[in-house]
Design a protein around this ligand. Structure first.
Ligand SMILES: C[S@@+](CC[C@H](N)C(=O)[O-])C[C@H]1O[C@@H](n2cnc3c(N)ncnc32)[C@H](O)[C@@H]1O
Length: 357
């Protein structure tokens, strides 16, 4: 493998070193609206002066920025200086709807904060949040203090949920008429998707999240016409999980915490369920078969930008935590990363478990 030659290692390091500037260049091309301009221009293309005029910059700057896009085959440049979309022309609206929230997430939530990653991993605190925004605590407990960051994060989270939940809910079975608690259910998108995928099951789903999510969750339920079938409870899953439910789902939450806190949340879920109660847990994994961009993105995201703890695990670690909390694991399924679009960054597994009767 070339990575084990000295040249291979040096090339790998070069690619890593230029990662942030590569990102900045391509993100700026998107922010200037160049892909959309080129798409509209079609086969004829546009030259740098024309692109400069419609993007309010200079021809020189356009030429500089597009060097990388041409090198990577995203854009083509003819001998007479006409730019056409090339690789970008292969993307449809659905592809762009997946990709652009991630560009926003990396720019708004990560780029500034990763400057402080080393201090965050040493101190166990989100130093970037404190230094840049003057807030204490983690990213999620600061929704009201960081509205623009949360707005950007929410778009990427909605995209991940829309991609992962259909895969998840296609694998789960719910007892008819079950009362379901979606722990860390955010603004209720998962509850709505669960209803959509199990419309015949007459479910009642309660979203449990930090209290500040209530109004957005209620709006989600109203918009979906599910006010009668969904509810919201505000609280802290580290303190307690509400009782009175047959099934607990925990999606994209155990991975935010170190083992001790994750097991605490699972114990709270265990206490809340009746004997025979069901737990469905879905979380980020380092996939056994590889794939995705898990290693590239999530350690820096969790440790430097949001939690100063947590991060994806191997599926076996989640199984061990769930068993440590008292559950009996009944099935484990890891996502086939090749079945998802090639730009997909996260990878998941779902673990089904039950509280012994
Ligand atoms: C990564 S999001 C997952 C959202 C949702 N489960 C999904 O899959 O789309 C994590 C959620 O955990 C919530 N959260 C963070 N700390 C929490 C706590 N201590 N108790 C309850 N919810 C919490 C956040 O508000 C956020 O909505």
């Amino acid at each position: 493998m070339s990575r084990h030659t000295k040249d291979g290692v040096l090339r790998t390091l070069r690619d890593i070193i230029v990662g942030p500037t590569r990102f900045a260049t391509i993100a700026t091309i998107f922010e200037l609206g160049i892909p959309a301009q080129l798409e509209t221009a079609g086969e004829e293309g546009m030259n740098a002066a024309q692109l400069a005029a419609v993007t309010a910059t200079t021809a020189h700057n356009i030429e500089q920025l597009l060097q990388l896009a041409v090198k990577e085959g995203l854009v083509a440049r003819s001998e007479n200086g006409q730019y056409t979309p090339a690789g970008l022309a292969l993307l449809d609206d659905g592809d762009l709807a997946r990709i652009t929230p991630w560009i926003g997430l990396v720019k708004e939530v990560c780029l500034r904060q990763v400057y402080h990653l080393t201090e965050s991993v040493r101190s166990g605190e989100t130093v970037g949040l404190k230094e840049l925004y003057g807030v204490e605590g983690n990213f999620y407990s600061n929704m009201l203090n960081l509205p623009s960051l949360h707005e950007t994060w929410a778009k990427a989270m909605a995209q991940v949920t829309a991609l992962a939940d259909p895969w998840l809910f296609g694998r789960l079975d719910f007892p008819r008429g079950a009362r379901v608690l979606d722990v860390a259910g955010n603004t209720g998108q998962g509850a709505v998707l669960a209803h959509r995928h199990h419309a015949d099951k007459d479910l009642h789903i309660t979203c449990f999240d930090l209290p500040e999510k209530e109004s957005a969750a209620l709006a989600t339920f109203k918009e979906a016409g599910l006010e009668e079938r969904c509810a919201f409870i505000g609280g802290d899953a580290l303190a307690a999980v509400p009782a009175g439910f047959d099934v607990i789902t925990i999606k994209h939450f155990l991975d935010m915490w170190d083992r001790q806190n994750a097991v605490r949340i699972l114990r709270n879920a265990y206490e809340a369920l009746p004997p025979g109660g069901i737990l469905y847990a879905m979380h980020l994994v380092y996939p056994e078969q590889g794939g995705g961009g898990v290693e590239e993105f999530f350690p820096a995201y969790f440790l430097g930008c949001t939690m100063a703890q947590g991060g994806p695990q191997k599926t076996a670690a989640y199984v061990a935590w769930i068993e440590e909390a008292g559950f009996t694991v009944t099935s484990v399924t890891e996502q086939d990363t090749t079945a998802f679009p090639a730009d997909t960054i996260p990878a998941h597994s779902v673990i089904c478990a039950s509280k012994p009767a």
